[in-house]
Ligand binder design. Structure first.
Ligand SMILES: NC(=O)c1ccc[n+]([C@@H]2O[C@H](COP(=O)([O-])OP(=O)(O)OC[C@H]3O[C@@H](n4cnc5c(N)ncnc54)[C@H](O)[C@@H]3O)[C@@H](O)[C@H]2O)c1
Length: 261
């Protein structure tokens, strides 16, 4: 039977407190998974409180754990806690990310390091901590960005997302023989608290480069993430899927096309 159901599967989502991560956690719970939602806050973030809680007996639902993805010992504690529950890990969504909008000639090494620490090292640490708890049929999804496939103006963020692609491809190669798939989604302009802080000019210019002519929703990213975690994508690994309304696909030719109308 064709199904996106993830009954009996345990999935860890980072940065699940708001935005895309919260939508991914919600979709996964609705698909029957036990979701270990993690974020920086000590208490369950408001966006997650309405979801049913998971228990050992009733698998589907959400458990919240505080985790800073840059903290290796935090990842070890999370892995130890999952093992102590008697659970395996079937999925990991490396969604936590930060942006940094310095331009090329202004960006400092510290800017670069901070963004790398969260967007790249955070994902590496997650894979290192949880891959040992994963068996065949597990799936890891890394959240890249359209910035990671183009020359996006915020240089530290852009470089970090290009680096994340390299990490993903190595992980797909190294974990494939164990039956663990690793894929990347590249969101375009998605309406979240992260993009709420962008200047209006950024929104207008991005929409002009987006063939679908609108921003994306968190649910539109979560749907693709759900597919990549499900057995429906069982022969897909090392893939990169843009969820960007066509922004990256035209390679910058949209303004030419528009000029020729
Ligand atoms: N919104 C967009 O347009 C867009 C576009 C492309 C890619 N992305 C990527 O999608 C992912 C989610 O972005 P979003 O728009 O939902 O952002 P958001 O800022 O709304 O949410 C990000 C979440 O990550 C958490 N986080 C930040 N640093 C963390 C850390 N060190 N440890 C744990 N959690 C941490 C935050 O607390 C927050 O809950 C990010 O990787 C982002 O780079 C977003």
């Amino acid at each position: 039977m064709v199904s996106l159901q993830l009954d009996g599967r345990t999935v860890v989502v980072t940065g699940a407190g708001q935005g895309q991560g919260a939508a991914e956690a919600r979709f996964l719970v609705e698909a029957g998974a036990r979701v270990i939602a993690t974020d920086l806050a000590a208490d369950v973030p408001a966006g997650l409180t309405a979801l049913p809680s998971a228990s050992v007996s009733a698998g589907a639902g959400l458990v919240y754990r505080q985790l800073d993805v840059t903290d290796a010992s935090g990842w070890s504690r999370l892995a130890g806690w999952i093992k102590a529950q008697g659970w395996a890990v079937d999925g990991l969504v490396n969604n936590a990310g930060i942006t940094q909008r310095s331009r090329l000639l202004d960006a400092s090494v510290a800017d670069l390091q901070r963004v790398y620490e969260v967007n790249v090292a955070g994902s590496l640490l997650g894979i290192q901590a949880l891959a040992p708890l994963m068996g065949g049929g597990s799936s890891i999804v890394n959240v890249g960005s359209v910035a990671g496939v183009t020359a996006h103006y915020p240089v530290a963020y852009t470089a970090s997302k290009w680096a994340l692609r390299g990490l993903s491809q190595v992980a797909a190669m190294e974990l494939g023989p164990r039956g663990i798939r690793v894929n990347t989604v590249h969101p375009g302009f998605i309406d979240t608290p992260m993009t709420a802080g962008a200047r209006p000019e950024f929104r207008v210019a991005t929409l002009a480069e987006t063939p679908l002519g609108r921003t994306g929703s968190v649910e539109e990213v979560a749907g693709v993430v759900l597919f990549l975690l499900s057995p429906l994508s069982s022969f897909v690994t090392g893939a990169e899927i843009p969820v960007d309304g066509g922004q990256a696909g035209h390679g910058g030719a949209m303004s030419v096309s528009d000029a020729m109308r």
